[in-house]
Design a protein around this ligand. Structure first.
Ligand code: ADP
Length: 603
């Protein structure tokens, strides 16, 4: 990662440096060319201003006159004054007239310390050119004045011949001063490559490239630069930017102090000059350094942002991963739970189904048992029943026999009485049989408000033959107001019949027998106590008498109490047993009072 960042940074720096250098170079090149053009035009304009002046002067008659008669002092002075005026007006450096030998015969500086008058400049190329009938042009360091100047010379003609030359010298140092003080350097070189105009005084009369011995000789002979020795500058050419632009290093006097420039050149063919513009390369270096600084800053900022973003991204990724894991485990847990719930639901359904079937089977068994218990009881009761039935039957037979005899004797009234007795006895038997039918009947077990008095009365009727046979007293302590209990009357009767029958069984061996039924309200229930004066229930039997098949009787089934217990519970009541304080056993029934059930039902 670190290596990658370093590599990216290095690549960025390389690219930025390359781009900026290229861009700044292009800008420098373009601006340099523009600037150079301006300098060249400036120089050109300066020269052009004077170019035609000698030709104009050459046509001036006084010049011709003087050249024809060179010794005329009067004319010389007049011309000197004239040339001085012209020189002042044109702002030239010097204006002078030379004869055909190169001797100066009149000059604008005739009154100065070092006047040209009387001096011979025939060695100057411009003189030679003019004498050949051309416009002479030359640049040189003045031999008399010691000042650099540009010379324009033109022949003074008369009648087809050349009498002399008129010369105008221009001072170009003013331009040099004007160009100084900028960040660029300007130099003008002559055809030999010698710098004679420069914004850097130290480079004056130096050459851009080393000169050959002949070139040096020629320069010396021309006396162009007086006696100055032309030494080459220490220039190293580095690279070529374009056709006219290069990079050069110029070493200074001190070693190691070298300056790098972009050098552009443009020629001035008429003057035979090359004008150069030198732009320091440190501009590029500075721009590159700025760009490196800016891009390093941007890179650092981007790197930091990238780091922060990547950290945030990594954190988000981790969080998403964690959430995905949590979700996955939650999903798995939920799936497992769902599966377990499904399995459990299936199990429960099976269990419920099982239970329902067991319940049904149990219900059937219970119904069958109840029926069996009733039949068993009927069996127990059969002796007294048969007695109860046989008695009226025997009586009916006796009454029938009596009636037949009385009929033979035609004692119709007595017959009728006998028949009445028979009818009453049949009624009694019908009642017995209907009671038995009532006892044996089946029921759907649904509850409704039932009068407790009625239930006790019908139980008593069912047991009537047995009670009579065993001469048992049943004492009913009834409440003043007939209490209504929520019960299935048939089953409640069966319970009471069973409890009373059990009491009678227990008291079989006694002389004095009684059963007492007491009722009392207790809260929302009716409490019914059935007491007897039998031997009671032994303590160790008390816990077991409600168990199915628990019996102490030889022919007992042991189901009566267990079924009774179940019947009372199914009606929302309770059945319990204990020994009474007076004597015998006491069974206590509790049943919900109908009024409360109705109240609580809100119906
Ligand atoms: P079974 O009458 O066929 O024996 P029960 O369930 O009706 O079956 O009675 C179970 C036993 O409870 C009886 O055998 C008897 O020993 C005892 N028992 C029931 N009622 C009384 C009572 N009033 N006095 C004394 N013992 C009783």
């Amino acid at each position: 990662m670190v290596l990658l960042v370093v590599f990216a940074y290095a690549l960025l720096l390389w690219q930025v440096t390359d781009l900026v250098r290229h861009r700044v170079q292009q800008e420098m090149l373009a601006s340099g060319e523009r600037q150079l053009n301006i300098y060249v035009n400036n120089l050109q304009a300066q020269l052009e201003k004077y170019e035609f002046l000698p030709e104009l002067l050459s046509t001036n008659a006084p010049l011709v006159e003087l050249l024809k008669r060179p010794g005329d002092k009067q004319r010389i002075e007049t011309l000197n004054r004239y040339l001085e005026t012209i020189n002042t007006i044109t702002n030239a450096s010097d204006t002078y007239l030379m004869d055909n030998e190169g001797l100066t015969i009149a000059a604008s500086n005739w009154q100065s310390e070092k006047p040209f008058v009387g001096r011979n400049f025939s060695y100057r190329p411009y003189f030679k050119q003019a004498m050949q009938g051309q416009l002479g042009r030359y640049y040189a360091l003045g031999s008399t004045s010691g000042r650099r100047g540009y010379y324009f010379a033109y022949p003074v003609r008369h009648e087809g011949g050349i009498l002399g030359t008129v010369v105008i010298k221009i001072d170009l140092t003013i331009l040099e001063q004007q160009w100084q003080g900028r960040d660029t350097e300007v130099i003008v070189t002559d055809p030999e490559g010698v710098i004679f105009i420069t914004t850097r005084p130290g480079w004056r009369y130096r050459s851009l490239s080393p000169l050959s011995l002949e070139e040096r000789q020629r320069i010396r002979e021309s006396r162009r630069y007086s006696g100055a020795s032309v030494e080459p500058l220490d220039v190293t050419y580095r690279e070529q930017f374009s056709e006219s632009a290069q990079r050069i290093d110029i070493s200074g006097q001190k070693r190691r102090s070298s300056e790098s420039y972009m050098i552009l050149a443009q020629s001035m063919p008429e003057a035979g000059w090359l004008v150069h513009l030198l732009k320091p390369m440190k501009e590029i270096k500075q721009e590159v350094l700025h760009a490196i600084g800016a891009s390093s800053f941007a890179f650092t900022v981007l790197l930091l942002i990238g780091l922060v973003m990547s950290q945030r991204y990594r954190r988000n990724l981790e969080r998403a991963h964690y959430e995905a894991e949590v979700n996955q485990s939650l999903r798995e847990a939920r799936d497992r739970l769902e599966q377990r719930v499904q399995e459990r639901t299936v199990d429960l359904h099976q269990e419920i189904e099982e239970r329902r079937r067991t319940q049904e089977a149990l219900q059937e068994t219970r119904d069958e048992l109840i029926q069996a218990a009733k039949l068993a009881m009927l069996g127990q009761m059969s002796a007294s029943i048969s007695h109860e039935v046989n008695q009226p039957l025997a009586a009916i037979r006796t009454y029938t026999d009596n009636a037949r005899l009385l009929l033979e004797q035609e004692r119709c009234a007595d017959v009728s009485w006998n028949l009445e007795q028979i009818s009453e006895l049949i009624e009694t038997m019908t009642q017995i049989s209907s009671q038995l039918k009532l006892f044996a009947r089946k029921t759907d077990g649904s509850r409704r408000p039932v009068s407790m008095h009625n239930v006790i009365e019908s139980s008593k009727r069912i047991l009537h033959p047995q009670l009579r046979k065993s001469s048992t007293e049943i004492e009913f302590k009834l409440a003043k107001v007939d209490p209504l209990v929520m019960a299935d009357p048939v089953r409640l009767e069966q319970v009471l019949v069973n409890l009373i029958a059990n009491a009678m069984n227990a008291m079989e061996d006694q002389q004095n027998r009684w059963v007492s039924i007491e009722m009392a309200r207790q809260g929302e229930d009716l409490k019914i106590d059935i007491l007897d004066n039998g031997p009671g229930i032994p303590a160790d039997h008390l816990e077991r008498i409600f168990d199915p098949f628990f019996t102490t009787k030889e022919s007992g089934l042991g189901l009566g109490l267990s079924i009774s217990h179940h019947i009372i519970e199914s009606m929302g009541g309770t059945l319990s047993a204990q020994n009474s304080q007076k004597a015998g056993a006491m069974f206590t029934l509790r049943l919900p009072l109908a009024e409360h059930v109705v109240d609580s039902d809100g119906t």
